[in-house]
Design a protein around this ligand. Structure first.
Ligand code: CA
Length: 226
């Protein structure tokens, strides 16, 4: 039985969707605030998440961001009518689809079916090996190569590349990268992320003629599969 988590603070909508999904044969868990939603989402075990964006506690976008650090579980965002920015940032953060409220339940059910059908587990060449565009990173052996040619990286360059590859297709803000690679208590130049992206580009993009790391103006960086 496929299991769906719905995080929605409007009780009426949450109950209605739960009822309909149960009727369709899905197992359903429900959270009505962001914190509980994040807790359940992080426990995992779901085949799909339905995330409302405006939630008390933690927003749906933030839940999505945290879940995407370690999981590629399918996510459909529930957005208010005409909240274009929400849709854009949701999709940027790695949501699979969104549906605008109020919605017809048939449409939601159809989108759930399509999203579940299209979902393919993340690409993995071997345990602990991340790859994109011919660049491979072997975390266990601390090795990076491009087209099979070894690339020498410092520990911080390696950690930055690893974080970007782990979050492939997700735009990572400078702050998120800073927290992930340098730690929350980092004090120093805030443009350190840009400096290290430049190092990585010199050693990989420019040297091997690949476009691995893309800049998202005003936001941060992303490693994207073509
Ligand atoms: Ca809401």
């Amino acid at each position: 039985m496929q299991k769906i988590l719905i995080v929605e603070d409007e009780e009426k909508i949450a109950r209605f969707v739960e009822l309909e999904l149960t009727h369709e044969g899905y197992a359903v868990e429900k959270a009505t605030d962001g914190r509980r939603g994040l807790e359940l989402a992080e426990q995992g075990g779901f085949d799909l998440l339905l995330l409302d964006i405006m939630l008390p506690g933690i927003s749906g976008i933030e839940i999505l961001r945290r879940v995407r650090r370690e999981s590629d579980v399918p996510v459909i965002m529930l957005t208010a009518r005409d909240a274009v920015m929400d849709k854009v940032s949701g999709l940027d953060m790695g949501a699979d689809d969104y549906i605008t409220k109020p919605f017809a339940i048939e449409e939601l059910l159809a989108r759930i079916r399509v999203t579940l059908r299209n979902h393919k587990p993340a690409e993995k060449t071997a345990a602990g090996v991340l790859s994109c565009k011919g660049v491979t990173l072997d975390a266990d052996r601390f090795k990076v190569a491009c087209g099979g040619v070894p690339v020498e990286l410092t520990a911080k360059e390696f950690a930055l590349l690893q974080t970007l590859l782990q979050n492939k297709n997700i735009v990572m803000s400078r702050n998120t990268l800073l927290e992930n690679v340098w730690g929350y208590d980092y004090v120093g130049e805030t443009n350190i992320v840009d400096v290290y992206v430049r190092y990585l580009r010199q050693k990989i993009d420019e040297k091997f003629g690949v476009k691995l790391i893309s800049t998202v103006r005003g936001v941060g960086y992303v490693v994207k599969e073509d």
